[in-house]
Design a protein around this ligand. Structure first.
Ligand code: GLC
Length: 630
């Protein structure tokens, strides 16, 4: 019956048959997800209408893109896929400005561009754009929707996909839905979680963590107009949406399809873990989150199949894999998920000069569906939280609490062995947590380096981190400025809306005059650029790095040396990393037990051989061993 309804609504659309074929393929996902969370009558019919409308408004060019991507759905899994994340304004002023920098991105090898939040945010403080006031409008200083569509078109022409954030846990308190709720419209009152007194909020608070204990303690904010406590997980002006209301899911299906029709290829599902609330839990990773994602994903697959989803869920390993789909959801939710744990473990290994914890932590990750991939990264616009498990630490004889404390001290430069120059973010005296802000180059020691050798060491650390990020399989994301070894930007303090939030120290404005020196090997920027370019170039020809195959992380007999092992029908690969600033040796068998005769390092184009049964590794050695090229 719903199929007939869809057929009727598609009417004489030239591609009606294809849409219906996609309904036959993905419609069941939609209906199962809806039945699980929104059994109310009429919801499925409404969603069918949104799908038909979304498809009707899709341009011929995007429909052609849908066909291409349906034939090559692994575009984001391939080894030539490289991401870049930037704020449009800080990178290039406006959306048109970004279009003019496409050559720069191409030269770096970028095929996927994530532009940080650019839909109209609330005025004043807006959490870097994560407090959206209007999902149908672009931030005025960046341009208009038409400029976004034009940019998407330019990017597509250059072989680059466009990713935007979809903030779905909350809207700005100034969003029209919240305005209507405050004006007393009950339809919109139901879009939010509002409680007349502290009874429910207090009951929830008993098991809720605090995301911003410093500047937004607690999870609820009193609102005079609502005469109630509004759920605000993040800042007081970010109102959590009530996703148990079917109107909310319908609103978002329409937002998603509108963005897809502007040419957006991937939506980053911001803070997706938080969207479902359940008393007595931390209100993250609830089963309904995945059922809802399945609904959204299926609707997009039917109306705009070239669109994919990237989950931003900064959660424990056993919870994280569910965002790529476990059990009945396998391959039916997000296509990509941030690998927060890998990022944390890289910084942990560099500080400790010890990669054993990484091998334990990585072994906790079950395999992910072969149609999905990790988004791997070394830095992003957020702070680094020490998501390090006590049990993992205990396995190598460490104390988790002490190690997290060590990492915080190390990265704010308060430890004698530190090379880092970062800052503490959201210190929480109740839990002892201290998260870290700082750019990759500053955290890796470029700011504290006094000699040319130390500067090179700092760059080598960043490059080793990026080698892991690029070597892991999945889509590696370069964070704007890392390619030029940009250090912390301390000027953020002079901007009133940023001064309280030191994450802005690693959200600099692109210094294009420095970018112009990128081909000069005598500069830090030039050495970083060349190193990263080399990794990207080598990677793109390594079929064995396709995201469909997993990476196994193995220890060696030296704590500072770790192996990433990839087995793929296209050829095996063993990556060798020395995470320390020491010269170390390891027995030949440590590597050859996995490498089975692979001795050719793709990065240098040379054979590496042991002497007297030992491999010698200099500080931050990175080898990508495969069969000889060609
Ligand atoms: C995500 C963003 C972060 C933001 C939060 C709330 O975690 O990465 O920057 O503060 O969501 O939207």
């Amino acid at each position: 019956m719903l199929r007939t309804l869809l057929a009727q609504q598609l009417g004489s659309d030239a591609e009606a048959a294809q849409v219906l074929a996609r309904w036959d393929r993905w419609g069941a996902d939609l209906l199962v997800g809806l039945a699980e969370v929104y059994p109310q009558p009429g919801v499925a019919e409404q969603v069918v209408g949104l799908i038909a409308d979304g498809h009707a408004a899709r341009s011929a060019a995007l429909r052609a893109r849908d066909r291409d991507r349906t034939l090559g759905p692994d575009w984001f899994q391939r080894p030539d896929a490289v991401g870049y994340a930037a704020y449009a304004d800080r990178f290039a002023g406006t959306l048109n400005g970004v279009a003019q920098r496409v050559d720069y991105l191409r030269e770096l090898g970028v095929t996927y561009l994530h532009l940080m939040p650019l839909l109209a945010p609330r005025p004043g403080e807006n959490d870097g754009g994560y407090a959206v006031m209007d999902y149908g409008r672009v931030r005025a200083d960046l341009g208009k929707m038409a400029d976004l569509a034009a940019l998407a078109d330019t990017l597509h022409g250059a072989g680059i996909s466009l990713t935007l954030d979809l903030v779905l846990n909350h809207v700005a308190a100034e969003h029209a839905w919240a305005e209507s709720a405050r004006a007393g419209d009950p339809r919109y009152g139901d879009y939010f979680h509002v409680y007349p007194d502290r009874t429910q909020p207090d009951a929830y608070e008993r098991s809720l963590p605090e995301v911003f204990p410093d500047f937004a303690p607690g999870n609820f904010t009193w609102d005079e107009d609502m005469a109630g406590w509004v759920w605000t997980t993040f800042n007081s002006w970010q109102w959590d949406l009530n996703w148990s209301n079917p109107d909310v899911v319908c609103e978002f299906i329409s937002i998603i399809l509108n963005l897809a029709n502007e040419g957006v290829d991937c939506l980053r599902l911001d803070a997706i873990a938080f969207i479902w609330k359940r008393l007595g839990t931390d209100c993250q990773n609830q089963p309904e989150v995945h059922a809802i994602t399945k609904v959204l994903r299926a609707a997009a697959r039917i109306a705009a199949p070239s669109l994919i989803f990237k989950a931003e869920a900064i959660v424990a390993p056993n919870q994280l894999v569910a965002y790529l789909g476990r059990g009945a959801h396998a391959g039916r939710v997000s296509d990509i998920a941030y690998h927060n744990s890998l990022m944390v473990q890289i910084w942990s290994a560099l500080a400790a000069r010890d990669a054993r914890l990484m091998t334990v932590a990585m072994s906790r990750f079950p395999d992910i569906p072969t149609t999905t991939g990790w988004a791997t990264y070394l830095r992003c616009h957020d702070d680094i939280g020490w998501a390090i498990d006590d049990g993992d630490c205990a396995e190598i004889g460490w104390n988790g609490f002490a190690h997290r404390g060590f990492l915080s001290d190390f990265y704010i430069g308060a430890h004698p062995a530190s090379f880092a120059e970062g800052a503490a973010f959201q210190e929480n005296p109740a839990t002892g947590d201290r998260r870290i802000s700082g750019s990759a180059a500053s955290l890796a020691g470029l700011g504290t380096a006094r000699t040319a050798g130390q500067r090179q060491m700092a760059i080598d650390r960043v490059l080793l981190g990026y080698a892991m990020v690029l070597g892991f399989g999945g889509i590696p994301l370069i964070y704007m400025g890392d390619e030029l070894a940009l250090r912390n930007d301390d000027d953020y303090i002079s901007v009133p809306e940023h001064a309280d939030d030191n994450r802005w120290m690693h959200r600099p404005v692109m210094p294009w005059e420095l970018a112009d020196t990128r081909h000069d090997p005598s500069t830090d920027a030039g050495r970083m650029w060349a190193g990263l370019r080399r990794l990207i170039d080598v990677r793109k020809d390594l079929d064995s790095l396709h995201a469909s195959a997993p990476t196994r992380v193995h220890p060696t007999s030296h704590p500072a040396v770790v192996l990433f092992v990839r087995q793929h029908p296209a050829g095996d690969m063993v990556q060798v990393y020395n995470v320390s600033d020491w010269n170390v040796t390891i027995p030949e068998t440590d590597i050859q037990a996995h490498a089975h005769g692979l001795t050719f390092d793709r990065l240098t184009g040379r054979e590496v051989h042991p002497h007297d049964g030992l491999y010698a590794l200099r500080p931050y050695t990175t080898w990508w061993l495969t069969q000889p090229a060609g």
